[in-house]
Design a protein around this ligand. Sequence first.
Ligand code: NAP
Length: 282
Amino acid sequence: MKDRTLAITGATSGIGKATSARLAGDFDKIILLVRNVEKAENFKDELLEKHENLCIDIVECDLSNLVSVQTAIDTIQLKYEKIDCLINNAGVVSLSKKTTKDGFEMMMATNYIGHYLLTHHLFRLVMNSKTKQIVIVSSNAYAFTTLGRNYFTGNGNPMNLYGRSKLATLYFMQELHERFSDVGLHVTAVHPGAVSTNLGKTPQNEKFGRLVYGVLTPFFQTPAGGAESTILAVRDKEKYAGHYMHVGKDIPLKPHGKSYYVRKQLIRDTMDELNLNTFMER
Ligand SMILES: NC(=O)c1ccc[n+]([C@@H]2O[C@H](COP(=O)([O-])OP(=O)(O)OC[C@H]3O[C@@H](n4cnc5c(N)ncnc54)[C@H](OP(=O)(O)O)[C@@H]3O)[C@@H](O)[C@H]2O)c1
């Protein structure tokens, strides 16, 4: 193991925090892509207590804001020549309809579009590494919805909108695998399970969130348990490349989750929205 670099989004809470803590010993450098730098500084201190030689870089990146994502990309491109593993973990559940500055529905923007742009511009660094790995934290919530129309801005109930954004991440994984597995990319999507985290808890619905998690806690995993699927994917990249997986077991995608036509349309639309001429910058 020499000079291995991990980049991860959403490492300041829940599954991402647990994943980073577990993987810290496997890497020499960790880039924490975060929207809350103060939380990340505290987490950095925690990590350094156990891994004093680890090089930890905090890069501000609000995935719901394209300017912020681009600034993070520029920072990383200036400092790094390769990324061995990129984990697209951050995610949001918003119980009320929110539109981002860029005009996208909040969950689609954060869970899919921001990560798409990040991956697009960091792709060259991933492909410069020996490992060439991307792990996407998706969700079985994809199963209950289709993309439908106007999926970047669209209306719907919160769980449908969340499911759509996660469905988009599954199409993204399949596209990456189809296009680049033959040149050594290892891309895996995982479902972490039902995990007790901060997901869906906002200042507006904190009481409700606490109540729901409080009642359901016996049925939820801890964040450490929720990190298991990502960790398995990172540590066994060959085995899980191109798969959608939960704790080592393949999850067969429902027919709509593997629609070739819808996937191609989504990728075309995403490239149009982001003014990109190629699929992933190399
Ligand atoms: N929990 C579950 O049962 C479950 C089930 C299936 C899938 N998942 C997926 O697992 C992943 C991790 O979620 P979690 O359960 O660990 O939730 P969490 O505790 O709320 O953590 C989410 C992480 O994403 C970050 N984040 C949210 N919005 C962001 C933005 N605009 N820009 C940058 N970072 C942002 C959060 O940052 P802050 O710390 O600043 O809030 C936090 O670090 C998500 O992709 C989620 O969809 C979770």
